[in-house]
Structures are given as C-alpha cells and as structure tokens.
Design a protein around this ligand. Structure first.
Ligand code: GLY
Length: 318
C-alpha cells in the first residue's frame, strides 16, 4: 500500500509537472525553436524547422531531415552524394548524432549509402552500440532497409580523374566555403540535439576517419548546458576533442561564443595552423549561439521561428 508521505510527494510532483506544462514556452523562459548549422545551410535549417514546428518530440527528426537535405545535394562536394572520394576513388562517409538524453550513434567509413546520419540514428536507436564502422556499418544499413547508391556524380568522378593527374594531397582551407554539415537544434521544451555528416577530406588516405563520427570531437551535446559541433580539418579537432571542450566550457559558465573562442585557442597554441581551418559553433539551452574559426571565411546559419540569417564567424587569424 502506498504510504501517506509517498502519496503527498507524488501529488506534489504531479502538480509541479502540471503547472510546468500548462505554462507556455515564453512563460518558462524558453526561446522557441532554433536551428544552427555550419556553413551556408539555411535551406537545411528550413527543412529542420519544418520538423520542429510539428512539436518538440520531432527534435531528432529535425536533425536527421535537415542533414539528409545536404547529404542528397550533389553540389555539396564534402557531404553524402557527390562527396569527394578517397585517393583510391571510394566515397566513405562519417556521421554521428546525439540526443537530449545523452544517447549517441555514429558510423565511420560507410560506403554506398547516402544518408549516413540516418544510419547513425539507427545505430543509436536499434543497437546496444555507439559506433559501427566500414563493412559492419554497411551491413547494418542494408539490414535496416537503406538502399545502396553510387555516391560519385559525373562531376566528382571527373574532378577525381583530374586530381589523379598529379595526385597531390593538399587539404584546402574553406573548400568552396562548405565542409562537414554540423547541425544543432533546440525545441520549445528547451531540449537540445545535434548531428554531423561528411565525406571527410577530399582524396584522403583509405581508412582515414575524421572528427565527425567521434563523439566529443565532431559533436557533443549535454542537454543541461549546451551543444557544439565542428567543421574543418578533423585531425586538429580530434586531438583536442573540441566539441566536448566547448560544452565543458559552457558548463563552467562561459557563453557559447567565448567557449568556441577558447577551444580554437587551444588548437592554435598546440599546432601549426597556417594551412588549416577549423570552425566551431555552439548553442546553449537559452538559445544563445556562438561561432569562431581559425581563419576567416567560416560562416554559419541561424534559423528560428521568426527569421533566418547567415553569420560570418570571427576568427583567430584576420
Ligand atoms: N571535419 C571533417 C573531416 O575532417 O573529416
């Protein structure tokens, strides 16, 4: 039988939760829906917002569908379909997703499947694991019903053949002003989730895995404090676990902007960055957003219920 004390406690809790949920988002100090993504991905943000406005429970759908949009774009040469291959001509994708409850899923070195972020979500939701890699990730994608596709386009194939003429490996800063799509979303309950997806560095060594599928490097979400995502040269981000660092700095009280700056300083003071770009973006539970990069040229898209804008990130080197 339930004790009187336990009953009062339960009643109290239920009243609190009723009062909480009967307030609207503004009364609870919440900011509404917001999506932030690396580079000029306002269209992807719009796709994500279409999910968010359906209700707070569509937070992960927002991340997945928003990133799917970029993965399917043949003109984005560093994500999904049309992404540049490795130096042997194979397109291999990295992606990860993390939700408000701290769950995470990731795929590395995934071949033949365009929507790496969707496979990563399935890893999170359908397996006891966090990361599936290579052939195992592809086998899992097939088992989950994803359909194979040749991820090379006519354009990426001819760019690859042209590259083979000299076969010089030289990662470029701000490759045509896009790289990894990293996306963070906030819903009307004040909950955060994030994801990122990439084909990695153009003409990378076979087997190379970047920062994007590594939780804490390419992406980190701690729903109590904030979320962060990275783009740029993954090796630099991997060495510093930059996204985790940004979230930890927010946990210690720094703003998203200051946290991104501090995490970029850590990279800059540890290595030669003259030829390397990294961009970081972050958002906290209040919807405050920050972004910072090593070199100029990094921008990010911010979309909320009222407006959408592209913001040029300040940078360490000017
Ligand atoms: N940030 C993407 C990569 O280095 O693979």
């Amino acid at each position: 039988m339930i004790s009187r004390r336990k009953f009062s406690a339960l009643l109290g809790a239920s009243l609190v939760s009723q009062t909480y949920s009967s307030c609207n988002a503004t009364e609870r100090g919440l900011v509404g829906n917001k999506v932030v993504s690396t580079w000029n991905n306002q269209k992807a943000n719009k796709v994500a917002m279409e999910q968010l406005v359906r209700g707070p429970q569509y937070l992960l759908d927002a991340i997945e569908k928003g990133i799917n949009y970029v993965e399917a774009d043949p003109n984005d040469t560093s994500v999904g379909y049309g992404g540049r291959p490795d130096r042997e001509g194979f397109v291999t994708l990295d992606a990860c997703i993390m939700d408000k409850d701290g769950r995470a899923g990731s795929v590395t070195y995934l071949e033949h499947y365009m929507h790496a972020i969707s496979v990563a979500r399935k890893v999170m939701e359908e397996t006891p694991h966090v990361i599936l890699s290579g052939d195992g990730a592809a086998q899992f994608a097939s088992e989950m019903g994803f359909v194979q596709k040749d991820l090379m386009t006519e354009e990426s194939r001819s760019a690859y053949y042209k590259w083979l003429e000299k076969a010089e490996y030289q990662p470029k800063i701000n490759v045509e002003r896009h790289d990894t799509i990293g996306m963070l979303a906030l819903n009307t309950d004040g909950d955060l989730s994030g994801g990122c997806s990439t084909s990695g560095l153009a003409y990378k060594m076979p087997g190379r895995v970047g920062d994007s599928p590594i939780i804490g490097a390419g992406l980190y979400v701690d729903n109590r404090y904030g979320a962060a995502v990275a783009t740029g040269l993954g090796e630099l981000v991997l060495r510093q676990l930059s996204s985790f660092l940004v979230v930890e700095l927010m946990r210690s009280g720094q703003s998203p902007q200051k946290a991104c700056e501090e995490a970029i300083f850590r990279i800059v003071e540890s290595t030669d960055v003259s030829e390397a770009q990294v961009g970081l973006i972050a958002m906290n539970r209040s919807g405050k957003v920050g972004g910072y990069s090593i070199h100029p040229g990094f921008n990010y898209a911010i979309t909320d219920d009222k407006s959408s804008l592209l913001k040029e990130a300040p940078s360490y080197i000017n």
